[in-house]
Write a protein that binds this ligand. Structure first.
Ligand SMILES: [Zn+2]
Length: 250
């Protein structure tokens, strides 16, 4: 069966001397694994369009539970991301997270839009690196079914306390009166960080990246979304460790 869709390359692995095994986030089938015959050969028409972060119109062939990529016409290559080590590291983390939590054998259109927007804002410096990271982490998790409950304190129902604490393991908020009685290690949120988290999970996609918060709030937000992602997906990410090691060198 032939499938025409659009997709972005999340990972490319050599399969023998000439072929590649790709992980692709597609519009119609979500995250899939596909063989690309001859894609390692320099002159092959698939060589450029099967490189990491390349977004293309694709023709796939599906047979016996396996996909092969027959044709791809590049739409966006995100070459600007490769010109900065920290952008490349963060984009690689987005790709790794997408391969883990992205929709499988299912409509991938919304997730694809999130990833493409995140890469484009990152490439063009339209948002700070750290803010872009938190927006992607929290929105990706929410779309994958791990939406935290940020409406009110889970203990007493208070909507806005002086300070709220976020529990990454549970995805719940507690106010100052309640968090002392609750076990676990929360992230204490500034008002700005809490407002940003609510914006990230509820805002329409076209307004997702349109907000600013102060440096202290960004630190809180980063801590909250990174811990939330690791806790909910119960794993660590090699590309995240790499991202932190690149940042520590700056
Ligand atoms: Zn409370």
């Amino acid at each position: 069966m032939q499938i025409k869709t659009k997709g972005i390359i999340l990972k490319e692995l050599a399969n023998g001397d000439e072929d590649k095994l790709l992980t692709i986030l597609t519009e119609d089938r979500g995250v899939i694994y596909a063989y690309a015959k001859g894609a390692k050969r320099f002159k092959n028409q698939l060589a450029a369009s099967t490189s990491l972060f390349c977004y293309s119109s694709m023709v796939l062939f599906f047979n016996r539970d396996k996909y092969s990529l027959d044709h791809a016409d590049g739409i966006a290559f995100f070459l600007g991301i490769r010109q900065s080590m920290e952008k490349l590291a963060l984009a690689s983390y987005f790709a790794e997270v997408t391969a883990v939590v992205g929709p499988k054998e299912n409509d991938g259109g919304h997730f694809l839009k999130l990833l493409l927007n995140s890469l484009s804002f990152l490439q063009d410096d339209r948002i700070s690196l750290r803010l872009c990271k938190s927006v992607f982490e929290l929105r990706a998790l929410s779309m994958a079914g791990f939406m935290p409950d940020l409406v009110a304190c889970a203990g007493c129902g208070r909507f806005e306390g002086e300070q709220m604490a976020f529990y990454p393991d549970e995805g719940l908020l507690y106010c100052k009166n309640c968090w002392g009685k609750h076990p676990g290690t929360p992230v204490l949120l500034t008002r700005g960080a809490l407002a940003a988290m609510r914006h990230i999970i509820y805002a329409p996609m076209e307004k997702l990246f349109s907000f600013t918060i102060g440096p202290e709030s960004i630190r809180c937000l980063n801590d909250a979304t990174e811990r939330f992602l690791q806790s909910q997906t119960e794993r660590s990410y090699q590309s995240l460790e790499f991202f932190h090691s690149v940042l520590s060198l700056l």
